[in-house]
Design a protein around this ligand. Structure first.
Ligand code: NAP
Length: 490
């Protein structure tokens, strides 16, 4: 078995493989450390907006029960602990990027090619590379001319001291909202370039009070609280993404929150979205709005026209000085698996299949690509819940697929075209009932407009759909007898 990626998905998959008695597997990781996005994002105040009791594996709760919302260092330490406790370290192949994956039809196996040109054979492959890991750095005219420091939030340059300097931030998503308070506290001047305002809601306190801490010590309380959070997401947050009245209370709360923190009507108008709440990822942050009212912080909404040696020009003819430029411009989330080239049966190329937007059966299998699975694949990001939990559901299903393949004695199994089409019909209908089609571009969508990333229903619905056994939707694929050539690799 080969697993590609050592973030939440790859680590969870490794644990499940060991528990299923599979010991011959490797987890390939491009970087020199595990952790995925929680290794990459080291910007100041990087936090999670999903509570720790839910943003974790069901089998491994956090040790520190005081923390409600974990920060980046806590999550990275948590993942390291899981790897240690579950004895996954011998399976990790760090610093090993997989660049190419080819299905060998005469063997029913996958050949993976590493960046250094080493070939690896695997009975099955699980791509667990995530969705939010490839920085999106817009091609602003004049980018090469800018002489100051410039970096993306997920590649934070810790050698840059921002104290007393003029800092420009492009983008106003969750990452920008998190870095702004610390920038405002150190920099001379912070200019925030907003293209589209996001909806913002307050975030509950990071630490639990004494009563809750005591309650969480009771036997079974952690599990119960996790379940309550799971159900709460389904009952309260999932309806926000649906069109119609169910989003109104959240929109009302967000407008009220905006009015309370932004007294200036002109600034408030700039910060008021013109698309339904939930259309883009809602920002949960208590410091973002107050930071925008500080005297050394300026919100600029005129479009950026070019970068110059010393700053940015905007369409209103203004020039904005910057010593440091921070791209808080998000990720190339709709380019699933890129830059890995994946070749399936009959020479099918996955990136060609996904040219107008990625899709996969339950987000984890694609017809024509036997014995290949995805974690955090298309339409599996749950904006109303916890993604480690979504991944656990997918991992359970993949284990069932592996077991079923062994049970029927097949070399390879592949999802049926018909099952995929039924799945897609359901997906289109479910997406049509959400606010996403009418909202503007975001990382939820492919440039074609197809909604490719978020899951359009409740977490429970995802779990229910994955309870149907693979035998209902997959079929065996025999290895093709090939008398022409015998494929060999090291
Ligand atoms: P993001 O939500 O995709 O935001 C990117 C921002 O950059 C948007 O404001 C976008 O404007 C702007 N932008 C992109 N290209 C631009 C261009 N060419 N010119 C001007 N502006 C441009 O990215 P993110 O803030 O990194 O967050 C991504 C996701 O990561 C979040 O939605 C969340 O799921 C996760 N995250 C979570 C946390 C947390 O848990 N606390 C923290 C950070 C990130 P438009 O809106 O107009 O496109």
């Amino acid at each position: 078995m080969a697993v590609v990626g050592a973030g939440f998905g790859g680590i969870g998959m490794g644990v499940a493989l060991r528990r299923a008695g599979v010991e011959r597997f490797a987890i390939f990781e491009e970087a020199d450390d595990l952790g995925g996005v929680w290794r990459d994002n080291t910007y100041p105040n990087c936090n999670c907006d999903v509570p720790a009791h839910l943003y974790s594996f069901s089998f491994a709760p956090y040790r520190n029960r005081r923390i409600r919302y974990p920060g980046q260092p806590e999550i990275l330490n948590y993942l390291r602990r899981v790897v240690l406790e579950q004895r996954l370290a011998p399976h990790l192949r760090l610093g090993t990027a997989i660049r190419d994956a080819t299905y060998l039809e005469n063997q029913g196996r996958w050949e993976l090619m590493t960046q250094s040109g080493q070939a690896v054979l695997a009975d099955a492959v699980v791509f667990a590379v995530g969705q939010l890991h490839r920085p999106n750095i817009p091609d602003v005219p004049g980018r090469a001319e800018f002489t100051g420091a410039a970096f993306h939030t997920a590649r934070w340059d810790h050698t840059q001291h921002l104290s007393g300097r003029d800092v420009a931030v492009i983008g106003t998503g969750s990452s920008a909202a998190e870095i702004l308070p610390s920038l405002a506290a150190t920099a001379h001047h912070v200019r925030v370039f907003q293209r589209t305002p996001h909806w913002v809601l307050p975030k509950p306190a990071t630490e639990f009070g004494p009563t809750m801490r005591t309650a969480l010590r009771l036997p079974g309380a952690q599990r119960l609280y996790r379940h309550a959070l799971y159900c709460g997401g389904d009952l309260v947050l999932a309806p926000i993404m649906r069109r119609g009245w169910s989003a109104r209370p959240a929109e009302w709360a967000a407008r009220r929150y905006l009015r309370r923190h932004i007294p200036d009507p002109a600034l408030r108008a700039k910060l008021t979205p013109d698309y339904p709440i939930g259309g883009k990822r809602i920002i949960l942050n208590n410091d973002y709005y107050p930071t925008l009212t500080q005297p050394n912080v300026e919100l600029i909404t005129a479009p950026i026209t070019r970068l110059t040696r010393e700053g940015l020009d905007t369409a209103d003819g203004a020039h904005h000085h910057a010593d440091v430029l921070i791209f808080a411009t998000g990720f190339r989330a709709s380019e699933f698996l890129a830059p890995i080239i994946v070749r399936g049966r009959d020479g099918q190329m996955l990136h060609e299949r996904w040219r107008s937007g990625a899709s996969a059966f339950h987000g984890l299998a694609v017809p024509g690509f036997p014995n290949a699975y995805l974690l955090a694949g298309p339409n599996t990001f749950n904006p109303a819940g916890s993604n480690p939990t979504m991944k656990e559901h997918q991992i359970d299903y993949i284990i069932q697929c592996l077991r079923w393949r062994d049970e029927i004695g097949a070399t390879a199994i592949e999802v049926d075209n018909e099952a995929m089409q039924t799945h897609q019909r359901w997906m289109h209908k479910a997406i049509a009932e959400t606010v996403w089609p009418e909202a503007g571009p975001s990382w939820y969508k492919h440039p074609s407009g197809a909604v490719t990333n978020p899951w359009p229903a409740t977490g429970r619905r995802f779990d229910q759909r994955l309870r149907h056994p693979p035998a209902e939707s997959f079929h065996a694929v025999p290895a093709r007898v090939d008398t022409q050539s015998e494929h060999t690799c090291s």
